[in-house]
Write a protein that binds this ligand. Structure first.
Ligand code: GLU
Length: 553
């Protein structure tokens, strides 16, 4: 068979050689040991939390080695693509601060010298490599119809064949003559291009997975499809060309791809490319309350499978990154304790320390991590986060909250930036409720008292306090006045004294404060009441004390 003639027959319009692209995309000029990684999602749906997890591994792996990472869109399967699939991915990554050095940055936008970074725009490259494979006798056209392929599958099933697919004696088109091929083409028969596998059933391949260690599998013997009948490559072939021309050193991807590695190694070798290093990341799992078992996060059942969920709920990006890093790497929490305040993305991540088994995504744990992260933010950062979230998801609150930015910042600043900051807020959608008593637009008083305080006593406390408080007091004087209220009303300013002899008093200074707190905020537990009062102002305090008194009469 004259392979050169065949290649020309199959690809008359391809006039470039792989050498042309080798020159266009020269090896990257990077220091020794620098790793080039990529995140290569298909735009077939929203960004899955597992995708964000993988993207973080890509970025961190490249960063700690002084290398670079890029985002490639694998859109060769147009049937599965959704309209805003690309923006769904890039927006999701941006919302959580995951930034690549190169690649697609948004719908129709990209940066970097190794592009285009969208597979549908690289068809000429794939066809050029495919043509060269035909020239070397490593690929051939297959004219089998869907019905013929079904028949082969059925025969293999009936025969109980261990290996199923298009190979060996089943590969009917593998040995067609040039004349037969030419005739089919002249008749307008549609064809796909298949890989002429050089694999053998008795041989095994081994590779070192950076997370899982040595993995051994049977060699690939299947004549995989490289180009579909419309000339568009399959994922397997496209990613092999791209990872080569884009200089990828480490292919990091989900564990569902492990079984494809023999196929991929065979393709890299056939093309004459260096096989990249592999790391297959564990799946993100969830504990299923119903079955009491771990299972994969499901798009259908679990809203938290979509990264968009965390945006709508208002989890700050720092919280999600921080939490994902605890899942990614067992060493992260120790590092965090030793390095408080350092950005999570500065963590010296090591692929080899990743656990190969599925990691459990736990919303409760994320919530705790997030409370901690937010408690260490300054009031400005919290204000900006809340405002940006509310603008999008709660415009009514946004208007009120941002009407007086200084006051809102001061509200958020109560008990913040202290050695033991309060951990009240886990996500921005909780802030409206958290600050509601500062804004009459949202405030609905609730004067329910604890069981140990009677309405009569509460009334006496607020009535006395209304004539006592002064916003000019410093904190000690302010508290002194509350203590002074105690004795005349039958309470004691001394908690210890109360504990020693509870029968002798109606309660202690804590109960008196609680009454005032409830009258002013409708809550039993709030940040510092002194600061709250300063921000409410004297008129509002008076009005609220009166309104509470009314309700207890
Ligand atoms: N496009 C593939 C996916 O959707 C990427 C696989 C890979 O990273 O090699 O998962």
């Amino acid at each position: 068979m004259d392979n050169i003639k065949l290649a020309q027959l199959l690809f008359p319009d391809i006039d470039k050689t792989p050498g042309y692209f080798e020159e266009l995309y020269p090896p990257r000029d990077l220091p020794e040991g620098a790793r080039v990684t990529r995140f290569a999602p298909s735009p077939t749906g929203y960004l899955h939390i597992g995708g964000l997890f993988g993207a973080l591994v890509d970025v961190l792996t490249a960063k700690v080695s002084g290398g670079l990472s890029y985002l490639r869109i694998e859109d060769t399967d147009k049937k599965r693509e959704i309209d805003d699939g690309v923006s769904g991915i890039t927006d999701g990554l941006k919302a959580f601060g995951v930034e690549f050095d190169e690649g697609v940055t948004g719908f129709g936008a990209e940066k970097g010298a190794y592009g285009p970074y969208t597979q549908s725009q690289r068809v000429e490259i794939y066809q050029t490599v495919a043509k060269s494979l035909v020239e070397q006798g490593l690929a051939y056209p297959c004219f089998c119809s869907a019905a013929e392929l079904d028949a082969i599958r059925e025969e293999q099933e009936a025969a109980g064949a261990d290996i199923r697919g298009y190979f060996g004696k089943w590969a009917k088109c593998r040995d067609l003559t040039f004349e037969e091929i030419e005739k089919n083409i002249n008749e307008g028969k549609s064809w796909v291009l298949r890989f002429r596998s050089q694999g053998s059933e008795d041989r095994r391949i081994a590779f070192d997975d950076m997370i899982r260690g040595k993995i051994e599998m049977p060699e690939n013997i299947i004549d995989e499809v490289l180009l579909k009948s419309d000339g568009i490559p399959t994922y397997h072939f496209a990613h092999c060309c791209d990872d080569h021309f884009m200089g990828t050193t480490h292919v990091i991807r989900g564990e569902e791809w492990i079984s494809s590695v023999p196929k991929h190694i065979a393709l890299f070798k056939a093309c004459g490319y260096k096989v990249p290093k592999y790391a297959h990341t564990p799946q993100v799992m969830k504990f299923d309350e119903e079955t009491g078992d771990k299972r994969k996060l499901s798009k259908r059942k679990d809203p938290e499978a979509a990264v968009g969920y965390f945006v709508v709920e208002g989890f700050p990006k720092e919280s999600l990154t921080e939490y994902l890093l605890t899942l990614l790497s067992s060493g992260f929490e120790d590092w965090r304790r030793a390095n408080p305040g350092v950005p999570a993305m500065d963590y010296p991540f090591n692929l080899k320390k990743m656990s190969p088994s599925g990691c459990l995504f736990d919303l409760v744990k994320l919530t705790d991590v997030s409370k901690n992260v937010i408690s260490h933010m300054n009031a400005d950062t919290v204000y900006e986060g809340v405002a940006a979230w509310a603008k999008e998801y709660d415009p009514g609150f946004y208007g009120v909250f941002t009407a007086s930015p200084e006051r809102s910042r001061a509200i958020l600043n109560i008990d913040r930036e202290s050695p033991k900051p309060r951990k009240d807020i886990a996500k921005w959608n909780e802030v409206k409720d958290y600050v509601s008593y500062f804004f009459n637009e949202f405030y609905t008083p609730d004067y329910t008292l604890p069981d140990n305080i009677s309405k009569q006593d509460a009334l006496a406390v607020v009535s006395a306090y209304a004539g006592e408080f002064s916003l000019d007091d410093d904190k000690d004087t302010w508290f002194g006045r509350i203590k002074d209220l105690c004795a005349p009303l039958g309470f004691t300013p001394n908690v210890k004294e109360f504990k020693q002899n509870p029968g002798a008093f109606k309660g202690h200074v804590g109960d008196v404060s609680t009454v005032i707190r409830i009258a002013l905020t409708s809550r039993r537990n709030t940040p510092d009441l002194y600061c709250i009062m300063q921000l409410l102002g004297a008129d509002e305090i008076k009005a609220r004390l009166e309104s509470a008194a009314e309700s207890w009469k």
